[in-house]
Design a protein around this ligand. Structure first.
Ligand code: NAD
Ligand code: MG
Length: 391
C-alpha cells in the first residue's frame, strides 16, 4: 500500500487526490494532510474518512478547534508554518502530493524533497520561485519530481522512451481563458465574476485568475524549464480552447508527439501516484468523433502581457521569478478582493520586476526574504494608490 501525504488537502487538487485514494482502497492510504485551516469542519470530515496519521493546519486556532471536533484517538495535530514543514518531513509517506497554492508551499515542499520523498508536484509556484534549488535538492536526494499539472504530465508522457537530446520544442497548450475573444477595450471593465468563469477547467480561485491573465501559462513555461531541463526559447505556448490536447513535444526529425484526454485532473493525479504504472479508471473517455474541431492559435501578446513578463523574469533568472510570483500573488489577491482592476495585475508585476533589487539565487532563506520584500512593496503600492479604496 502506498502512503500518501497531501499538502493542500482541502483544495481542488487535494480533494480530487482524496477521491482517487478512495477509488483504490487497496492501493493507497493517507499518511498526512495539510491545509490552511479555513474550513475545520471539512478537515474533520476528511480525518474521519481517511484516518491520517497526522494533520497540519497553518492556523493554530483551527488546530485547537479540530482537536475539539475529533475525539481521541485522533491523528497527531500540528500547527503553523513549522507544523506543515514537520508533517512533510517527518511523517513517513511513499509520495507527497504538493498541492498548496502559491509560495506557502515552498518550505514544506523543500522539506519533503530533503527527506527523500517522491513528489507529485501540483504547486507550480514553488518551482517558479526556487526551481534551481529544488531540482538540485531532488537530484542530490534521488527524488522524483512527478508533474501533476496537466500540461506537464502530458509533456512528461510525451518524453518517455525518447532521447532528451532529440527534443526540438515543447509545445504547451493553453485554453486561452475566458477573455480569449474579448476585444482589448473591454479589458478595463473585467469583473471578478467574469474572470472566475473558466471555460474548461474547475480549479481554485488563484489559478483561475492566473488562467484568465495567462500568467498561469507564464508560470508553466518556468515550470517546464525546471521539470524538463529545457531551454526557455524551446518552450512555445499554443492556445487550444478545447483543452483536449494537453501538450506536445516536437522532435528534431519533425515528429510531434501529443497527449490527449478529457479535461479531468484525476488523470494526471492518478498517473503521478502510480507512475510508472497505469490504472484503469471510470473517468470519462475521450471520444474524438464528438469533440468537434480542435483549434490552435498564437496567444495575443498585447491582451496578455503576463506571458511576456514571465519570460522576461525567466531570462533574467536569479531572484526575478521570485519577484514575478510574489507580485502576481499579491495582485491576484487584491483583484479577488476588488481592490485592483484586471489590467492593473500585469502593470503591478512589471513595476515589481523593475523596482525590487535583483540578485542571483543562492539559498531558500534568500528566496523567502526576497518573496517577503516583493510582497511588502506590492502591497504598499496597492494600499497607497488612490487611497487603496475598494472598487
Ligand atoms: P485551492 O485554492 O483549491 O487549494 C489550495 C490548498 O492550499 C487548500 O487546501 C488551502 O487550505 C491550502 N492553502 C492555501 N493557502 C495556504 C497557506 N498560506 N498555508 C497553508 N495552506 C494553504 O488550489 P488548487 O486549485 O487546488 O491549486 C493548488 C496548486 O495546484 C496551485 O499551485 C495550482 O497552480 C496547482 N494546479 C491546480 C490545478 C487545478 O486543477 N486546480 C491544475 C494544475 C495545477
Ligand atoms: Mg496547467
Amino acid at each position: 500500500m502506498k502512503r500518501v501525504t497531501i499538502l493542500g488537502a482541502t483544495g481542488s487538487i487535494g480533494l480530487r487526490t482524496l477521491e482517487i485514494v478512495s477509488s483504490f482502497p487497496d492501493e493507497f492510504g493517507v499518511a498526512g494532510l495539510a491545509a490552511r485551516g479555513s474550513n475545520v469542519e471539512l478537515v474533520a470530515d476528511l480525518c474521519r474518512k481517511y484516518s491520517p496519521r497526522a494533520v497540519a493546519l497553518l492556523d493554530g486556532r483551527a488546530r485547537d478547534q479540530l482537536a475539539r471536533l475529533l475525539p481521541a484517538p485522533r491523528p497527531e495535530l500540528l500547527a503553523g508554518a513549522d507544523g506543515l514543514v514537520a508533517l512533510a518531513r517527518d511523517v513517513d509517506a511513499d509520495v507527497v502530493v504538493s498541492a498548496l497554492v502559491g509560495g506557502a508551499g515552498l518550505l514544506p515542499t523543500m522539506a519533503a524533497i530533503e527527506a527523500g520523498r517522491t513528489m507529485a508536484l501540483a504547486n507550480k509556484e514553488t518551482l517558479v520561485m526556487a526551481g534551481s534549488l529544488m531540482t538540485a535538492a531532488a537530484k542530490r536526494r534521488h527524488v522524483a519530481l512527478l508533474p501533476v499539472d496537466s500540461e506537464h504530465s502530458a509533456v512528461f508522457q510525451c518524453l518517455v522512451g525518447h532521447n532528451r537530446g532529440d527534443v526540438h520544442r515543447v509545445l504547451l497548450t493553453a485554453s486561452g481563458g475566458p477573455f480569449r475573444e474579448w476585444p482589448p477595450e473591454k479589458f478595463a471593465g473585467i469583473t471578478v465574476e467574469d474572470a472566475l468563469k473558466h471555460p474548461t477547467w474547475k480549479m481554485g480561485a488563484k489559478i483561475t485568475i492566473d488562467s484568465a491573465t495567462l500568467m498561469n501559462k507564464g508560470l508553466e513555461i518556468i515550470e517546464a524549464r525546471w521539470l524538463f531541463d529545457v531551454a526557455p526559447e524551446k518552450v512555445q505556448v499554443i492556445v487550444h480552447p478545447q483543452s483536449v490536447v494537453h501538450s506536445m513535444v516536437e522532435y528534431i526529425d519533425g515528429s510531434v508527439i501529443a497527449q490527449l484526454g478529457v479535461p479531468d485532473m484525476g488523470i494526471p493525479i492518478l498517473y503521478a501516484l502510480t507512475y510508472p504504472e497505469r490504472r484503469p479508471t471510470p473517468a470519462a473517455r475521450l471520444d474524438l468523433t464528438r469533440t468537434g474541431a480542435l483549434t490552435f492559435f498564437e496567444p495575443d501578446p498585447v491582451k496578455f502581457p503576463c506571458l511576456r513578463l514571465a519570460r522576461a523574469a525567466l531570462e533574467r533568472g536569479g531572484t526575478a521569478p521570485v519577484v514575478l510570483n510574489a507580485a502576481n500573488e499579491v495582485a491576484v489577491a487584491a483583484f479577488l478582493d476588488r481592490r485592483l482592476s484586471f489590467v492593473e495585475i500585469p502593470a503591478l508585476i512589471e513595476r515589481a520586476l523593475d523596482h525590487v533589487p535583483h540578485a542571483g539565487l543562492t539559498s531558500i532563506e534568500q528566496c523567502v526574504g526576497v518573496d517577503a520584500e516583493a510582497r511588502r512593496r506590492v502591497q504598499e503600492w496597492i494600499d497607497t494608490r488612490a487611497g487603496g479604496a475598494k472598487q
